[in-house]
Design a protein around this ligand. Structure first.
Ligand code: PAF
Length: 282
C-alpha cells in the first residue's frame, strides 16, 4: 500500500496509469473505516486495475462545527485495515490546504432539488460541500468507477447528478449497506454511541422493516405516529424524520402506486448523533 498526501504526486501516478490504459477505481471516504467501507474497497479491487482510497474529512460538508470536531478519526487503524485487503491499493490522505486554497470555497450545482429533500432540510449546504469535494476528487483521479454505499442513498443520487452536470466519464457503483448483527447500518458515527445506545439503535432498521411490512395495509400517518412514539420513548432518542419518497427524485410520495418503486428514509438523533438509514420498496 502506498500513501500519498500531495495532489502533485497523485497526478504523476494517475497519468502513468492512464497512459497504460488501466482502469482506476476510486473509493472516497472520510476515514474511520468500518466493514461497509471495506466492502466498497473489495468491490473496487475486484473490478478495477488500480484502486485509490481517499481519506479526507471534508470541512465544507459539515454545517455544524461541533459535528466536524467530533467526527471520529483513526488514520493508523484505517491504513492497517486497507493493507490487509491488498497491498496493491493507493491511499490519498491530503491536508485541508491541499484540497482547498486559503478559503473553504464551495461550488454551486444544479442538483434538481435532490439536495433540498431529506438530509438537505436539516443540513444546510451539506450536499454543496459533498459535490465540491467529490468533483475535486473526480478531476484529480479521473476514475473509471467510483464506489459509494447505499446507506447514503441521497448522496448517491447527488453523485449521479454531479456526473451528469460535470460530464465526468465515471461509472457510479452503489454497494449494499452493511449491517451489524442487530441490523444497525454500519457508520463511522456509530463510534460516537455508548454501547447501550448502539444496541438500542437496532430500532432504526426495525422501524424500516416495520414500515415496509405494514405500508400496504395501513396509512402512513398511522404508521408514522406509532414509530415516532416508540422511538421517542427511548432515552436519548429523537426521530428527526421518517419519509416515503420517490426512488429517483426523492420527492415525497403522496400516493403509493404498485408499479413505482419508492424508498423509506429515516433519521434518528441518538444523544445528538445523527444516524440515517433507508430501505427500497419495489
Ligand atoms: O460519504 C462520505 O464519507 C463523504 O460524504 C464523501 C463521499 C467521502 C465526501 O466527503
Amino acid at each position: 500500500m502506498q500513501l500519498y498526501t500531495l495532489k502533485s504526486q497523485v497526478e504523476i501516478s494517475i497519468n502513468k496509469t492512464i497512459s497504460l490504459k488501466k482502469t482506476i477505481g476510486l473509493v472516497p471516504t472520510m476515514g474511520s473505516l468500518h466493514h461497509g467501507h471495506l466492502s466498497l474497497i473489495k468491490k473496487a479491487v475486484n473490478s478495477c486495475d488500480l484502486v485509490w482510497v481517499s481519506i479526507f474529512v471534508n470541512p465544507t460538508q459539515f454545517n455544524n462545527k461541533q459535528d466536524l470536531n467530533n467526527y471520529p478519526k483513526n488514520i493508523k487503524k484505517d491504513l492497517e485495515m486497507i493493507s490487509k485487503i491488498s497491498k496493491n491499493i493507493n491511499v490519498f490522505n491530503p491536508k485541508i490546504s491541499e484540497m482547498y486554497e486559503s478559503k473553504l470555497k464551495t461550488e454551486d450545482f444544479d442538483f434538481q432539488n435532490l439536495d433540498k429533500e431529506l438530509e438537505g432540510k436539516y443540513r444546510n449546504n451539506h450536499f454543496k460541500g459533498v459535490g465540491t469535494i467529490v468533483s475535486k476528487l473526480f478531476n484529480l483521479f479521473k476514475p473509471t468507477k467510483a464506489f459509494f454505499g447505499e446507506k447514503d442513498y441521497q448522496q448517491t443520487r447527488i453523485i449521479d447528478r454531479l456526473i451528469k452536470v460535470k460530464n465526468f466519464q465515471t461509472e457510479l457503483v452503489i454497494c449494499p449497506t452493511i449491517r451489524g448483527t442487530n441490523g444497525l447500518a454500519l457508520s463511522s458515527r456509530n463510534n460516537l454511541l455508548s454501547l447501550e445506545n448502539k444496541e438500542k439503535s437496532a430500532i432504526i432498521y426495525k422501524t424500516l422493516i416495520y414500515c415496509k411490512k405494514n405500508l400496504p395495509k395501513s396509512s402512513f400517518q398511522k404508521i408514522y405516529n406509532n414509530c415516532k412514539k416508540e422511538i421517542n420513548s427511548l432515552n436519548d432518542f429523537e426521530l428527526e424524520y421518517l419519509e416515503i419518497v420517490d426512488n429517483e427524485t426523492l420527492k415525497k410520495v403522496k400516493k403509493i402506486s404498485a408499479n413505482k418503486p419508492f424508498r423509506i428514509f429515516i433519521c434518528v438523533l441518538v444523544n445528538g448523533v445523527r444516524l440515517i438509514d433507508n430501505i427500497l420498496v419495489k
